[in-house]
Design a protein around this ligand. Structure first.
Ligand SMILES: NC(=O)c1ccc[n+]([C@@H]2O[C@H](COP(=O)([O-])OP(=O)(O)OC[C@H]3O[C@@H](n4cnc5c(N)ncnc54)[C@H](O)[C@@H]3O)[C@@H](O)[C@H]2O)c1
Length: 364
């Protein structure tokens, strides 16, 4: 028997910059320096963001004297679908996009996840950047290269790890964001505070009014600190083999109530409920002191996020969704718990009756 070896040992540099601040759009010309031999730019954006910012971004990119086109998708989670992927690919073909074309994701997490996915598979991959316009995208989804779409069977079931070439975060985008979407982003910022940054958690406790008013300097601090935390975790564990799983704090129960609500609860609202559950489980199992647990519940409530499971969901139903979640490895559910604010760990040792008790407690 012959053995022919395919030598593919390689070092690849996928590093990239996250540009955060006010007026970042004025620096978009940086994109032209990221990649040589680009033949055209295609902005992928949604039906809410396009009328607000599509033309501004297009005009800025046109400075390079290359063709710039816009593909608009319907705003909202249902667009993270295989149908939209095929539609976008068809439009890219009509635009004669090639392997030298460059995608610009202009929008929130839906546009970012979808564009990253298309970029990773179109003509066996083309480069893309993220221009993050929602708070969720600015603190979470635009960084780390997780791309994906949903299937009828569940969220994010098809996807790739494919890093953007850069991330642009202009905090001025936040001015037009709805309160509900703003709060969704705050839920993720609270999560970062709990898993990694007690000082930022304290800032969240102390500066409620200024944060609600989207005070620019404070928002810059929160977004920058969140991006740094996410970047550090992604650097250590790009493909979620270990450490990156701590980013799922609040998500084990969060995903289940989100799915059980048929996505009427937003992701941020669901993660807020999951955060309370994770704090309660941490306390009941003797890891987290009572005062820290109460502080977490207080911060969630302070930002108008739900701390309890709304009426209409049965414990059985929630447990069933938890069991079918892709994070349930084997028969055991993985939870991210904390020993104190800033000190998380992953465990599959939470006794089932404690999970049931906490769901019951949060339902009453
Ligand atoms: N890839 C990751 O690591 C990761 C992490 C977290 C979340 N996600 C995904 O991100 C998605 C949620 O992201 P999202 O909350 O940004 O949702 P989204 O993209 O649907 O944006 C929410 C709404 O805000 C609108 N919007 C965005 N920017 C705006 C602005 N500046 N002004 C006015 N309206 C604006 C959008 O049009 C949309 O209607 C989910 O699909 C989730 O799975 C991915």
């Amino acid at each position: 028997m012959e053995r022919i070896r395919v030598n593919l040992e390689k070092t690849r540099n996928d590093s990239y910059g996250i540009y955060v601040g006010h007026g970042i759009l004025d620096h978009l010309r940086l994109i032209h320096r990221i990649q040589d031999y680009v033949d055209r730019y295609v902005i992928i954006t949604d039906s809410v963001v396009n009328p607000l910012y599509g033309k501004t971004v297009k005009d800025k990119l046109q400075e390079a004297a290359l063709p710039v086109d816009i593909i608009e998708i319907q705003a909202g989670e249902p667009s993270k679908s295989i149908g939209t992927v095929l539609d976008v690919v068809k439009k890219l073909m009509n635009l004669k996009a090639s392997r030298k074309s460059f995608l610009i994701a202009l929008g929130g997490g839906v546009v970012g996840d979808l564009t990253g996915f298309v970029a990773s598979i179109f003509k066996r991959s083309i480069p893309y950047v993220q221009i993050a316009t929602s708070l969720v995208a600015q603190v979470d989804s635009s960084v780390g290269g997780k791309t994906g779409i949903d299937l009828a069977e569940g969220k994010n079931l098809l996807g790739t790890f494919y890093q953007p070439k850069a991330v642009f975060i202009d905090l001025s985008f936040l001015k037009t964001l709805s309160d509900r979407d703003f709060k969704n982003g705050l839920a993720e910022i609270i999560k970062y505070g709990i898993i990694s940054d007690e000082e930022m958690f304290e800032l969240l406790e102390q500066e409620k009014d200024a944060i609600f008013n989207r005070q620019p300097a404070l928002m810059k601090t929160l977004v920058e600190r969140s991006c740094k935390i996410k970047a550090n975790i992604v650097e250590a564990d790009e493909q979620e083999g270990g450490l990156r799983r701590i980013l799922n704090f609040g998500h084990t129960l969060g995903h289940a109530v989100e799915a059980a609500s048929d996505y009427r609860l937003s992701h941020g609202e669901a993660v807020a409920i999951g955060t309370v559950a994770a704090a309660r489980i941490s306390h009941i199992l003797g890891y987290l002191d009572d005062q820290s647990c109460k502080r977490i519940v207080h911060v969630i409530k302070q930002y108008g996020l739900p701390a309890r499971i709304p009426a209409g969901f049965s414990t059985k139903e929630i447990l069933a969704f938890m069991a079918s979640d892709k994070k349930a490895v084997g028969a055991k559910l993985h939870f991210v718990l904390i020993k104190k604010i800033g000190d998380p760990f992953v465990t599959d040792e939470v006794p089932p009756d404690i999970i049931t008790d906490v769901i019951e407690e949060l339902r009453t």
